[in-house]
Write a protein that binds this ligand. Sequence first.
Ligand SMILES: NC(=O)c1ccc[n+]([C@@H]2O[C@H](COP(=O)([O-])OP(=O)(O)OC[C@H]3O[C@@H](n4cnc5c(N)ncnc54)[C@H](O)[C@@H]3O)[C@@H](O)[C@H]2O)c1
Length: 243
Amino acid sequence: MSTKALAGKVAVVTGGNGGLGRAIVRRFISEGAYVAVLDLAPPEKTSGGSLLSIRCDVTKPESVKRSLAQIRQTFGTVQILVNNAGVLGPVATVAEINVAAWRRVIDANLTSTFVCCKVLAADMIRASYGRIVNVASIQGKEGTALAGPYAASKAGVIALTKTLGKELATTGVLVNCVTPAAVNAGMFDQISAERRADILRRIPMERFCSVDEVAAMVAWLAGDECSFSTGAVFDLSGGRSAY
Ligand SMILES: NC(=O)c1ccc[n+]([C@@H]2O[C@H](COP(=O)([O-])OP(=O)(O)OC[C@H]3O[C@@H](n4cnc5c(N)ncnc54)[C@H](O)[C@@H]3O)[C@@H](O)[C@H]2O)c1
């Protein structure tokens, strides 16, 4: 018998071609999972073996449903969903941001999570087993000047996690989220040096989070060892978060 924590499990990772997503996919495959990546960006690696890459807009239910049909055919029933796709959005004040930009960020970060949970949880409920891990952000707890839509969308992801965790608590499907502070990869590369220095000053461990640290926590939440946590928010902030 394999001792790998996710051996034989079928996982979906949205935004799996981005900075954090790639690390999560790598970790899941090393733990023995079959992984389907849903991403708008072209795949870094072609599908094959335990990886299936699908071009999909995760804000669109029809697009996610089509992808699910393909995943079922290739790997079988999905047991794990990681809602990781997202965008940073404008670095500007609420006064400066227009409604279209607001909607784009809320859609990419929050509506996508809602859509994927709706479409993918049904099979998990039927099978009385599932793990959903949402990638939120510390900004959803704290709010961040110059990132209103992003922070609000991540607060929404936290509240959706708590809600769905409660709704599905007796079904065998656990729903949790992680709230990283700055991870030195992916969308963080879009942030100015001055803003990075300011973020670093607020992290008691005096360093940024690594993608592998995020992947390790996500992998634990996606596995069987996570069994009595649902609707919960897992910190990855190097001591910054007070709750
Ligand atoms: N990098 C950080 O510092 C940090 C910190 C906390 C939380 N996060 C969160 O981690 C997640 C991953 O971020 P990242 O830093 O790897 O960014 P990234 O930009 O490298 O990756 C995001 C991925 O999501 C995909 N995506 C965006 N919209 C999509 C859509 N509608 N449909 C399908 N795919 C879509 C992009 O194509 C991209 O591959 C995001 O949810 C982000 O908010 C990142």
